[in-house]
Design a protein around this ligand. Structure first.
Ligand SMILES: [Fe+2]
Length: 447
């Protein structure tokens, strides 16, 4: 994160004597990135963070990608993904490349250890479930639709609350950097002079939830911290509780941001995907498509134009809303549209969108600048019929209206004697109030 904050007790100056109540020194740790010229925090531990009594290798994490030579549109129906593992071991990598990995987790076990990802930053999108992330920087309480950003190297434990009757079982998506970059707000949202979020940013400091107390656990015992590094998870053993920090300050820490606090930017005519951008890492962006008012030009087409995002693969995760505008799409679906193929509104959805005033869509998108490859696990949920869903008549309402007016494709004279190219009264009426428009709420406008 770009701006400075602090929590707990810290001495007046850096790198000076700072003593525990028993007279011994606290152990200072400078937690730095990019060779100590990037975002950095300074922490004060009760115990020296260097004291380790044992370690061993547990399991490998390197994803195995398949069909890396196949380019096609994909749809995964992930609502049926079975629960397994804890919030770390239950993660299933679905897509990835050398920049970012995207996984989904439906956990059914608790973490009885702590975890540190020393390979990359994590951006967790919690779809269902609430709970607590205990970290070296304090406690984050989370709930549905929270993004939780946990930068590289931060020790944490994620615990879900017991699911109540009627609630969905916990489920979350993880975007993890594989190229060593850090996930944060787009630099264009933040002032170079002050690190303050600028007025055009769709969110600001007030929307970010910082770690809070409790922060410090002064306990002795045998504690396991699993560290992910070099595509392996290692088990390290400490003789004290790993969350033993009494205070910290700096610009490197975990935080939460709820997608409902994203304030969408709307326009007179269709606004491009970058206005939905929420975070970015090197070679990828994360965007939030949130409920919003639609374009207000009287002749606006509120669904996206067909587009080729020539440098990007696009992955969309469907959170909630009306999925009728995309055939076969369900809650928890993921679609992939690779850089080589144009995409846009599904057949028949453009005319139906005309005049719509708002959308209830909620989706999370990851656009990458290099191809994203599926894993074998992803292909278990592959909807092979999806590419064919783009076949069919794209403008059935126009044609119905066209034929109702007595015209046809060959340009024969319409009823009433009007020739090809002239507008009948019916056609004019169709323009001002399209047939098939029933509701001011369009449902989905997916990019
Ligand atoms: Fe797109």
């Amino acid at each position: 994160m770009p701006y400075y904050t602090k929590l707990g007790q810290i001495p007046k100056k850096r790198h000076v004597q700072f003593r525990r109540p028993d007279g011994a020194l606290y152990s200072e740790e400078v937690f730095g990135t990019e060779g100590f010229v990037g975002p950095t925090s300074t922490l004060y531990h009760i115990n020296p963070p260097t004291q380790v009594i044992g370690w061993k290798t547990l399991y490998g994490t390197k994803p195995e990608y398949i069909e890396s030579d196949v380019m096609r549109m994909r749809h995964l129906k992930l609502g049926a993904m079975p629960a397994k593992g804890d919030p770390i071991t239950g993660r299933v990598v679905l897509f990835g490349n050398s920049d970012v990995e995207m996984s989904m987790c439906v956990p059914d076990e608790k973490m009885d250890y702590f975890f540190k990802n020393a390979m990359g930053d994590e951006c967790i999108f919690v779809h269902f479930g609430s709970g607590t992330v205990q970290t070296t920087f304090g406690t984050l309480k989370f709930g549905p639709k929270d993004y939780i950003v946990i930068p590289k190297g931060i020790t944490y434990r994620m615990t879900f609350d017991k699911t109540k009757d009627g609630e969905q079982e916990p489920r979350f998506v993880v975007f993890e950097t594989a190229n060593g970059s850090h996930i944060g707000p787009p630099p264009r949202y933040v002032s170079k002079q002050t690190s303050q979020f600028l007025e055009h940013s769709p969110y600001c400091e007030r929307d970010l939830r910082m770690p809070e107390l409790p922060l410090t656990y002064d306990k002795k015992g045998e504690y396991e911290v699993r560290i992910k590094a070099r595509d392996l998870v290692h088990s390290y053993t400490y003789t004290y509780h790993p969350l033993d920090v009494v205070g910290w300050d700096g610009c490197y820490y975990p935080y939460c941001f709820n997608i409902d606090d994203f304030s969408p930017i709307v326009g007179k005519l269709h606004m491009p995907p970058p206005i939905h951008q929420t975070f970015e890492g090197h070679n990828f962006v994360i965007c939030s498509f949130c409920p919003r008012l639609l374009d207000f030009h009287p002749d606006a087409i509120p669904v996206p134009y067909n587009h080729s995002n020539l440098d990007s693969d696009e992955i969309l995760y469907y959170v909630e809303g009306n999925y009728k505008a995309r055939k076969g799409i369900e809650q928890c679906s993921i679609t992939v549209h690779p850089q080589g193929i144009p995409h846009g509104p599904h057949p028949g959805t453009v005319e139906k969108s005309l005049g719509a005033k708002e959308t209830t869509e909620l989706a999370v998108m990851c656009d990458t600048f290099r191809p994203m490859f599926p894993t074998k696990a992803a292909m278990e949920f592959d909807d092979l019929a999806y590419p064919r869903s783009w076949e069919g008549e794209h403008f059935p309402v126009s044609l119905e209206q066209h034929h109702a007016d007595g015209a046809h494709r060959t340009g024969a004279k319409a009823k009433g004697g009007k020739a090809k190219g002239t507008k009948s009264k019916g056609a004019k009426a169709a323009k001002s109030k399209p047939a098939g428009r029933k509701s001011p709420n369009i449902g989905s406008t997916w990019e």
